[in-house]
Design a binder for this molecule. Structure first.
Ligand code: MN3
Length: 242
C-alpha cells in the first residue's frame, strides 16, 4: 500500500514537471482529461467496489449488467460523439460540455449525461451500513428541508414520481441552496436545457434497468432500500468541495 502510494505520488510529481515543461497551468489540469492528474473524466472509471458489495440493496447481477452494459455503452457512445462532433477533451471539462450541451446532438446529450450520471451514481453508494449525513451537509439539509427525514421523503417522492426513466437529485443551485428534483432520461441539472438546475450533490438512477431484476415494478421499494447504501461520507466531501 505504502509503496503504491509513493509510486503514485512520484508519478504525479513527474507528470507535473512534464506539464510545466509543456507550459500548461497546473491549476486547470485536474479537471482536464488525460493529464495523469485525475482519471480521464470522459472514460468509464473502475467501479469502486465489487458487483456484490451493495447486496442486499442492489444485487450483483444488476450491478454487473448496469456497469458493464448500460453504463459502458454510454461511455462508448460518448467517445464516438466526441469524435464526430470534434470536441477537444483537452480543452474542456465534462461539466462544461454538459453546461453547453444544447449546442450538440441528441446523441451527445444522452450519452454525456448517461456517462456523467453513472460515474457519480457509483460513487454515491457503498456497502449498506445505513450511514446518515453528518457535519455541514447535515446542517444544510436540515436548514433547506426542515429535517433529514423530510429531505428523504422529498427526494424519494421525486424518484417515485419521475414518469418513465430518469434520475432523482439533490442539487446545490446557483444561490447555494440545496434543492431536490428529478430529470428525464439521462439529462442532469448541469445541462443548460434542464428545468432543474444546479450542481448534483447526490443522484439516484430510477431507470428500470437499475432495479428491475430484484424489485420488478416496485420502484418505491428500491428507493427505500437504497437509502441504506448511500455513501454519505462521499456526498459530504463532494458538497464541501462545491
Ligand atoms: Mn442506469
Amino acid at each position: 500500500m505504502e509503496n503504491k502510494q509513493h509510486s503514485r505520488r512520484d508519478f504525479i510529481a513527474n507528470t507535473g514537471k512534464a506539464a510545466l515543461a509543456a507550459g500548461l497551468s497546473l491549476t486547470v489540469l485536474p479537471s482536464i482529461a488525460g493529464t495523469g492528474f485525475a482519471p480521464n473524466p470522459f472514460v468509464q472509471q473502475p467501479l469502486p467496489y465489487d458487483y456484490k458489495a451493495l447486496e442486499p440493496v442492489i444485487d450483483a447481477m444488476t450491478m454487473e449488467i448496469h456497469y458493464t452494459k448500460h453504463a459502458a455503452t454510454y461511455a462508448k457512445n460518448l467517445a464516438d460523439a466526441l469524435v464526430a462532433e470534434k470536441v477537444d477533451t483537452n480543452a474542456t471539462s465534462l461539466e462544461n460540455l454538459l453546461r453547453g450541451v444544447s449546442k450538440y446532438s441528441a446523441k451527445m446529450r444522452n450519452n454525456a449525461g448517461g456517462h456523467y450520471n453513472h460515474e457519480l451514481f457509483w460513487q454515491c453508494m457503498s456497502a449498506p451500513t445505513n450511514q446518515q449525513p453528518q457535519g455541514k451537509l447535515a446542517a444544510a439539509i436540515a436548514q433547506s428541508f426542515g429535517s433529514i427525514e423530510a429531505f428523504k421523503t422529498q427526494f424519494t417522492d421525486a424518484g417515485k414520481n419521475r414518469f418513465g426513466s430518469g434520475w432523482a437529485w439533490l442539487v446545490l443551485n446557483a444561490d447555494k441552496k440545496l434543492v431536490v428534483g428529478s430529470t428525464p432520461n439521462q439529462d442532469n441539472p448541469l445541462m443548460d436545457l434542464s428545468e432543474l438546475k444546479g450542481t448534483p450533490v447526490l443522484g439516484l438512477d430510477v431507470w428500470e434497468h437499475a432495479y428491475y431484476l430484484k424489485y420488478q415494478n416496485k420502484r418505491p421499494d428500491y428507493i427505500n432500500a437504497w437509502w441504506n447504501a448511500v455513501n454519505w461520507r462521499f456526498v459530504e466531501t463532494r458538497f464541501e468541495s462545491l
